[in-house]
Each structure stands twice: as C-alpha cells, then as structure tokens.
Design a binder for this molecule. Structure first.
Ligand code: SAH
Length: 340
C-alpha cells in the first residue's frame, strides 16, 4: 500500500484523476492531510463514502509515535524519540530560540558516512526515511506542542543528500502553499559533502541554506575523521560549493566542530582561512560534544581561541549555541535507539 502523505500535490492529483475522480477531490484530500492533519480517511467528511473506502483500500497515512520525550532543564529543548511503522526509531529535536520555534529532523535511520566523532552513524545505515516520515516529524511535533514551527534544520540523524530524492520530495511538501507552506529560506540542509548531489541540488535553486560539515581544511587529516573525503576531496567539495553559490546567490555555511588536539591548532585555522578566503561563506563553530563511545572532546576556551584565529584572518565566524546538552540532543549526539 502506498503512503499518501509522501505524494506531492502534483502526484496526488495524478493518482486521484487516475481513479476517475475530479481534480478538486485531490485538493480536498491534500487539505485534509496537510492542513487539518487527518490521520484517518474516515475523518475526511466532505468526501463521498465510496471515495473514502477506495482511499482506505489503496493508501495508508503515515503515522509516527512519540515513545519517549526528554525535556532539557537548561533551555527547554525537547528531544522526541519517534517510533516508525516498522518499529525503527529516530530522533527529532524541538528548540525555542528568541520566541521562535525550530525543529531539527532526521533523514535516515542511522547513517553510513562514518564520521568518527558522530554518534548517529555508530551502527551504520538501516534505511532511508520516506518523505512522509520526514514531514510527520514536523506535523507530530506541532500537534504535541501546539506551537508553529518557523524554521527547520536537516541536521538530525542521517545524511540528507544520501537520501536525495526523498529529501527533495519532503522539501516540496514542506513548502507547498496549500500545506505547511514553510518558506525554504527558513530551512537549512546539512551535508558532509556528497559532491555530485550538491551539484544536482544547486540546479534546483531552492533558496535553502546549505550547511557543509567541513571540520578540517587539510585533506589527509579530514580523511581520518571523515571517510567521505576519500570519495570527494576538499578541492572538489569547495568547487561544488562555488557552483552552489553561483547558481543560488546564497552564501554557504561551513560547520566546523572544534575537537581538541584534532583540528583546533593555529595551523588548522590558517589552513581553513586560506581555503575559504574570498568565498561567500560563513563559518559556524560547534564545540565538540561528548559521545560516550568516542574519545573526542572539547577543551574549555579552545573554540573561542579558534574563533579568534579566524577573526584575525577576517573570516566571518560565529560559535553555535549549544542547546539540549543535558538530554544528549546536541549536534552529533543523536542516535538510533530502541524504544525500551
Ligand atoms: N549528515 C549531515 C547532517 C548531520 S548535521 C552532516 O554531516 O552535515 C550535524 C552536525 O553536527 C554536523 O556538522 C556534524 O558533523 C556535527 N557533529 C557530529 N558529531 C558531533 C559532535 N560530537 N560534536 C559536535 N558536532 C558534531
């Protein structure tokens, strides 16, 4: 059975027409799913009973269930553990920042990129999320909190560009004016650097912010912490970033997790400054968060010191505020978990 929530408005219309129904029925169904957020076809009271039963026979409506919620005592950040229909679990983080609400969603169950400092890929990739499973994280958190999500980051579990087609469909659904209608200007997509997919993405000119997880400007050293570098080296990655900037006119945000003794030396900063000089970009420093299974850590002040090196080289840089660290909701701490 097909998941009706994964169909874009265009696809849904085609399918409804193919069932011999009128076009406006597709509009009604889309509204039930994406505005009224119906979980059952029975709720769709303005559809004839016969159409409701045809829908029931042919489609399911994705439903994810919050099986655990952790609330940070420090900043109110909420981490949800959602169970999917096949029993797999993913995490979603809800944050409040300056009275606006932001959501960090997962794009895969697990991850196969193998970055050494990240908890999300410790068990490898289990499977991709469907567009509906990505969208349901937004809808379900809005239902549970009663708040409207104003911005979204694809920085949870998984590599969104390794699940490219579903990610694009999800973004189409998210920004559809007859649905959630979230402008992609309020969306950031983070990638560890899948070059061909960055090249494909830029041609769509979506208007979202591309965040590139760089973490090291030296190729050999980056290979040690990010195996993806062996497939696409730093020169190729920066060339793809240039292409992205020229296609979209948007600046790139580079993420740099500051790991003591690994990538936080003055030379590391100089190499990074040289690499990024003249590029329309911004560097976001993330103090490395502790992941129990890894030895990586962040010494007090090392992020500030690294920031000062970049500032003196006139590279635009900020330090990311860490939210939800007491509930393991910060960057790199999300992982696949069982519901027990
Ligand atoms: N796969 C995508 C999405 C993950 S985003 C990507 O790689 O960009 C999460 C961000 O947190 C990435 O920049 C990631 O490299 C970073 N991160 C991973 N582990 C971390 C840790 N232990 N401390 C701080 N940041 C970490």
């Amino acid at each position: 059975m097909k998941d009706i929530l994964s169909l874009t408005r265009e696809e849904l219309t085609e399918e409804i027409l193919a069932l011999g129904e009128k076009r406006y029925r597709a509009e009604q169904i889309y509204k039930w799913l994406h505005i009224k957020r119906a979980y059952a076809f029975e709720e769709m009271s303005d559809l004839p009973a016969s159409l409701r039963s045809t829908l029931r026979e042919n489609y399911i409506i994705c439903k994810i269930t919050a099986v655990k919620t952790l609330i940070s005592k420090i900043d109110g950040t909420r981490k949800y553990l959602f169970e999917l229909s096949d029993g797999e679990c993913i995490e979603t983080v809800f944050m409040e920042y300056k009275h606006a609400y932001s959501l960090c969603i997962s794009s895969q169950v697990g991850c196969r990129m193998g970055c050494k400092f990240c908890a999300s890929g410790l068990d490898g990739l289990v499977r991709n999320l469907t567009p509906a499973e990505m969208l349901s994280q937004v809808y379900e958190v809005e239902r549970l909190t009663g708040k409207t999500i104003g911005s979204l980051v694809m920085m949870g579990i998984g590599e969104p560009l390794d699940n490219y087609d579903n990610t694009i469909k999800f973004l189409t659904l998210l920004s559809d004016e007859n649905g959630k209608n979230l402008s992609l200007r309020h969306v950031s997509l983070s990638t560890c650097g899948l070059v061909p997919k960055i090249q494909e993405l830029c041609k769509l000119r979506l208007g979202l912010t591309l965040s590139v997880s760089l973490h090291q400007a030296d190729n050999t050293k980056r290979e040690d912490i990010m195996p993806v570098t062996k497939a696409y080296n730093i020169d190729e990655l920066i060339a793809a970033c240039r292409e992205y900037i020229s296609y979209t006119g948007r600046r790139i945000s580079f993420e740099y997790t500051v790991i003591s003794g690994v990538n936080d030396s003055k030379e590391d900063a100089q190499k990074l400054s040289k690499l990024l000089r003249g590029l329309n970009c911004h560097v976001n420093l993330i103090p490395a968060n502790n992941v129990t299974e890894t030895n990586y850590y962040n010494k007090k002040d090392s992020t500030r010191i690294f920031e000062s090196y970049l500032l003196s080289a006139k590279i635009p840089v900020t330090i990311r505020r860490t939210l939800g660290s007491d509930i393991n909701a910060a960057c790199g701490q999300l992982r696949r978990q069982s519901a027990e």
